[in-house]
Ligand binder design. Structure first.
Ligand SMILES: Cc1cc2nc3c(=O)[nH]c(=O)nc-3n(C[C@H](O)[C@H](O)[C@H](O)COP(=O)(O)O)c2cc1C
Length: 176
């Protein structure tokens, strides 16, 4: 993906809005990343209306400060049927931003990925600081000692072909 293809959602204010403890921001997409559902907490902090969000590609809330590598990692992970976790900076309609701890999980129907769901909560300040200042060597390396651990029991929508594995821990962003 070239820099020019990164979606520009407009100006930013550098003003942070913090989630409240206990907030859960939920969205669902189809396979292409087009939003099919948003909950009230997501709508409220985004500053968009439900009508503006549903039907739009999820990059409608993209913040230009988020590295494109994070989303490449997200899509390669969930496209392989695996869950992904990361600390993500989103842009609200006003140009303010809010940080979330996001979990994105494939939805599996009849053994096929039918879409994706993301559930986000308030990150700690430490997690935000880590995401905000990734070490250069870190953001390019893909060392993930704890990622993709296999568990012996089956169950859940892990998306594995055999149905005998599930993901015990998701891929994580930033990677270290
Ligand atoms: C379920 C789901 C939730 C997503 N949530 C976000 C999000 O909150 N913020 C965001 O910037 N991208 C999110 N994305 C990723 C976007 O689809 C997109 O890849 C990203 O915004 C980068 O856009 P760009 O490739 O146009 O630069 C999500 C994708 C999926 C499948």
């Amino acid at each position: 993906m070239s820099e020019a293809s990164v979606r520009n959602n407009g100006p930013i204010t550098n003003q942070e809005v913090e989630l409240s403890d206990g907030d859960l921001l939920v969205s669902r997409t189809d396979k292409s990343g087009k939003i099919t559902f948003v909950n009230k907490a997501f709508i409220d902090i985004s500053g968009f209306t439900e009508q503006e969000l549903v039907g739009s590609p999820h990059n409608v809330v993209r913040h230009p400060g988020m590295p494109k590598e994070a989303f490449a990692d997200l899509w390669s992970t969930i496209g392989a049927g695996k869950p992904w976790e990361g600390v993500v900076k989103n842009r609200s309609k006003s140009g303010d931003h809010y940080w979330v701890r996001a979990n994105v999980t494939p939805l599996i129907e009849d053994g096929q990925i039918s879409g994706f769901i993301s559930i986000r909560s308030k990150p700690t300040r430490f997690q935000v600081d880590q995401a905000n200042a990734p070490k250069p060597a870190c953001s390019t390396s893909r060392t993930r000692p704890s990622a993709y651990m296999r568990a012996s029991s089956s169950g859940g929508a892990g998306g594995s072909a055999s149905g005998t594995e599930r993901q015990a821990s998701p891929a994580a962003w930033p990677p270290c």
